[in-house]
Design a protein around this ligand. Structure first.
Ligand SMILES: [Zn+2]
Length: 147
């Protein structure tokens, strides 16, 4: 049973690695975005475990890959996908969004299909954009102060 779990775990890691490697850079996908910060906190609804908060910072050359692995080492098929949240935020040029996601993976090694993980992740996504797109850069220099 342990071997089976390890296989599933390895397979998951490999799938994630490939998805990460094939993701475009943040700049390629969202040219106006300068930096993106994900702040994550986790709450176990059963209060049986504690997980450290995480902060992920993305610069222009970072890969635009926003799937977060479930911090439970015993969770199979879980994780949190922030791709849609990030895409929505950046495509609208907004600066911040927050919300909550629930892990849909399975707990208990070898007993997949019996206990959902249901770990809660609260997220806050903040973005900063290139100063070039600020409205103030559109004013004409030779007219400065002559309104
Ligand atoms: Zn999980």
């Amino acid at each position: 049973m342990v071997d089976k779990h390890m296989d599933a775990y390895k397979h998951e890691r490999e799938t994630r690695r490939r998805a990460y490697m094939s993701a475009p850079s943040l700049k390629d996908q969202f040219p106006a975005a300068e930096q993106l910060v994900l702040e994550l906190t986790f709450v176990d609804p059963n209060a049986a475990s504690q997980h450290s908060p995480q902060t992920h910072t993305f610069g222009p050359t970072a890969r635009a890959y926003f799937e977060v692995a479930c911090p439970f080492s015993s969770c199979t098929g879980g994780g949190f996908d922030l791709s849609a949240v990030v895409a929505d935020l950046l495509s609208h040029g907004e600066r911040a969004a927050s919300g909550k996601l629930v892990c849909r993976g399975w707990q208990d090694r070898g007993l997949a299909g019996e206990h959902r993980c249901l770990l809660e992740m609260s997220y806050r996504v903040s973005a900063s954009f290139e100063t070039l797109v600020e409205p103030s850069s559109r004013s004409k220099p030779n007219r400065l102060g002559k309104w």
